[in-house]
Design a protein around this ligand. Structure first.
Ligand SMILES: [Zn+2]
Length: 262
């Protein structure tokens, strides 16, 4: 069983549902779109409210990813795309109602149901790549310091989704990491022993790269051990399926082997 993108039909045209747009998926998108680097935009459309005409006749100088943001760079400005909950994209194919559609002499790049922003300046001055779990310069010590700075009773399920500490970690990655390292999602960060804090930080990176490799092979879902699963394979008992955190997010955990630190 693989989880190849599923083709469904809408308005009699096929389109692909893209899910799991967490950090690793944005890196995959960046790789898939590589051919557009250096290419000039010859046509533009879409229902976004941003001043998209500004992109016409501009050359793409680079494509970047930061956490769950996909960034299209131009001279002196960039376009930031965030896929939110239901965002998707198509390369050299299309479906109705793009938020933004970029046309090139050869090919097109379409974005749907996403948030789009044009930002003046350059990528490097706006983003801290050290907090991006997929970045070449991810800084494990910095993440650990950020966790240790937390003084309030903050739950680990929320801390893992904090994009200023773990940019790119989304709800699937959160669930899988906490199961892997046997921590109850409602544990307080301040109650976790040093060793466990270190595991949280290390797994944020390691699991994200596992996600990346599995997704590229279309086999991500078969590796899920907690997210959307019914039974804990370690204890052979049903998972708890609930909403945890603030804001609350769908969470799966085993009440037997995931320890609550309070
Ligand atoms: Zn268990």
């Amino acid at each position: 069983m693989t989880d190849k993108p599923e083709h469904i039909f809408c308005f009699s045209k096929p389109y692909i549902i893209v899910r799991e747009m967490e950090g690793p998926s944005i890196v995959i998108l960046k790789e898939e779109a590589k051919a557009f680097t250096g290419k000039k935009i010859t046509g533009i459309s879409g229902n976004t409210k941003v001043e998209k005409e500004r992109l016409l006749n501009q050359k793409i100088t680079g494509l970047k990813s930061w956490g769950k943001h996909f960034i299209v760079c131009f001279d002196n400005f960039f376009v930031r795309i965030h896929f939110l909950m239901y965002g998707s994209y198509r390369i050299n194919e299309r479906k109705e109602n793009p938020r933004l559609s970029l046309k090139f002499q050869k090919g097109e790049f379409n974005f749907y149901n996403c948030s789009i922003k044009i930002v003046d300046g350059d990528f490097y001055s706006e983003y801290d790549e050290e907090v991006d779990v997929m970045s070449d310069i991810w800084n494990e010590k910095k993440a650990l310091r950020s966790l240790k700075k937390i003084t309030k009773k903050r739950q680990v399920c929320d801390a893992l989704l904090d994009q200023s500490i773990f940019a790119g970690v989304g709800n699937i990655i959160k669930n899988e990491i906490l199961y892997r390292i046997k921590i109850h999602p409602e544990s307080f960060v301040t109650s976790l022993p040093s060793k466990k804090l270190k595991e949280v930080v290390q797994q944020a990176r390691l699991y994200s790269f596992d996600f990346y490799r599995w997704k590229k092979k279309y086999e991500l879902k078969k590796h899920w051990l907690a997210y959307k699963q019914k039974t804990c394979l370690r204890c052979n008992i049903p998972f708890v399926r609930t909403y945890c955190g603030n804001p609350s997010r769908l969470t799966f955990y085993c009440s037997n082997c995931q320890k609550l630190y309070r």
